[in-house]
Design a protein around this ligand. Sequence first.
Ligand code: BGC
Length: 781
Amino acid sequence: MMRKLCTTIGVSVLLMCHALEAQAGTPTSATDARAGIYNSSLDARVETLLGKMTLEEKVGQLVQYSAGQPTGPGTGRTDYEDMIAKGQIGALFNISTAKETNAYQRIAVEKSRLRIPIIFGLDVIHGFRTVFPVPLALASTWDPPLVEQAARVAAREASATGIRWTFSPMVDIARDARWGRITEGAGEDPFLGSEMAAAYVRGYQGTRLDAPDSIAACAKHFVGYGAAEGGREYNTTEISEHTLRQIYLPPFHAAVDAGAATIMAAFNSINGVPASANPLTLRQVLREEWGFRGVVDSDWESVSELIQHGIANDRATAARKGFLAGVDMDMASSVYHDHLASLVSSGQVSQERLDESVRNVLRLKFALGLFEHPYADETREAEAMLRPESVTLAQRAAERSFVLLKNSPGPDNALILPLSNRVQRIALIGPLADDLPSALGSWAGLGRGEDVISFHAALAKHVGEQNLIHVKGVGIKGGSDEDLAAAVAASGKADVVILALGESGGEMTGEATSRAYLGLPGRQQELLEKIVATGKPVVLILFSGRPLTLPWAFEHVPAVLAAWLPGIQAGPALVRTLYGESIPTGKLVVSWPRSVGQEPLYYNALNTGRPADKTDLTNPPGGSDDTYVSRYIDERNDPQFPFGHGLSYTTFRYGPTEISGSQLKASELSAGLHDSTDRTKAVLTASVDVTNTGSRPGEEVVQLYVRLNGTSVAQPVRALKGFQRISLAPGETKKVAFALVPDAFALWNDRNQWVVEPEKVTVWISPDSAHGSPATVQILP
Ligand code: BGC
């Protein structure tokens, strides 16, 4: 089951995967996160308890309600105490203090007949009280160990309140920046997405799921939610099986392989079949192919929404279809509570099927140690939060998440960033410099504005109030002519202007925030143009949960940093980065569009029969060669910045890509995909020399891409298959080697199988998805 976790990886990581392989054979709860729900010694306890349960008590374990602040449509119920005492509720969420969880738990453990504890869940997405950068930013670190540590901090804090289940990680591949939830995931790439998915799961679940500071992970939203047509929230998706297999499923598979205890079924339909009633994904792929033994939760009312989807005409049918397809637990809609018992009594749902879901829930509760330790220790709750080492980690994560998009000489011909301490007066302008809720982003757990050190506060501390002129300029949405004039006047008094512009983190990113326009909201573009027109050197700090289409800015502003929504340490992290105490190392995990019309936009696209080979096509088309190709007549095809792009304060030179052989055999590689002894065996080494050609030290994320030609199903023009982070002193050269395993050359073929086919493979080792020199290897039959 470690197959996807250990796909194509660098040499050092390969060793780690060998170690994991060894453990996977003989799982023990002390050493293997998977042991939790896969620990067969729990089965006897599960069966004994199951044998004592009435039909109503069994159904109760499959019922989940939001008992705290509702964040969406609710059931209107308020009788949770009574229901818990009767054994009618298995899980609650949106409660977030030890006092509250303990109060509900006491009813379950002391008053219900079988004393089965409640499991408490919450959307702990990028931190609990210590709020880290949003997940899209965390992924931009390309640093899975750091993400794992952030998830561990979140688990420690959340578990201190009795929350033992997070609805995270969101591992949806997102290829469209219009979709507001792009902020919650790891971007557009399945390989990077898989690495991040596994890192979150390891962090949340720790080495033992039953440790009091471990929480169960929930990989969501299964599956294809990010493929919403038009980027419009909750919209329908059409996904071919090979795109599902190659793009959307791998991060979920990685999460399952890393031991994720739960999965959440999505809102969307896939090719007409809602994901919350989808036997192909929930039964065949998840249970039969991957061997998942955990709990499948619905999304908020996603089972009752089968009616609106059009596959059920009443709530009982919705319950039956969702349940039979494989959704174990019903979040918020109450349809299982209302109908499951009678569906079983009437024989429409078998007793066997019911028992299967109840087993999954009981197994999770045993695996978490909830029967032994049902309560949170109220005396230790406060001390778990915002520990100094957690705050330090939040700062480091923010620094590593920033992506330096552009850094070219300003009006005086010198690079603007890093700022020199010689700079005397700074004008800080823009609505995001002081916006504390925005820094927290969406799904900010228990994060509070007061925990955030704003960019403004940190900059004032660094340069001294006397050297800082701060005006808001305009609001995120509004703004008057006087505001604009004040901003222009302020910039006139400064040596450098720093603009803090972007989206509102709470209102414009996250769930239900799809946007049809991706420019700067309100009058911010106007503000930007007026400030640039002053001729002062300008640095633009973009705060957003997605890439924004700002072609004018990228043409006219010399330095642009994507800061995303950086969490509680926004200010210190930004100041250290601007002054060169921290060097940017982040890289884009989404292709940055020039205009909304390019969306969905992703680097790992298919080539088409008439590819536009030139990226600098004239608009409108200039000649016949440029006309009948796959293109727009009024926009370039290539992104503003490619997937993988991100600058440093130094520069790197890549040598040619070198590979250790020129021929491989498809049959041998295919066998390596399925044979447990071979599947992590390197079959080819690819390497490159990387040199730091600048005058500062730097870190670089070196990326390896492949393209497969001549296959039975067309494959992407490039696909990421490995990455490594290296540090280089000025002038230093390092050889970076990647050990490629058979999975790097595999595809979901025309007969619906994972295989390696006879094919020509092109390999690039490069700084991003658009550059690098190619090397080829032939795979023979
Ligand atoms: C979201 C989920 C979330 C759930 C519970 C839903 O609206 O889609 O991601 O976990 O609410 O809050």
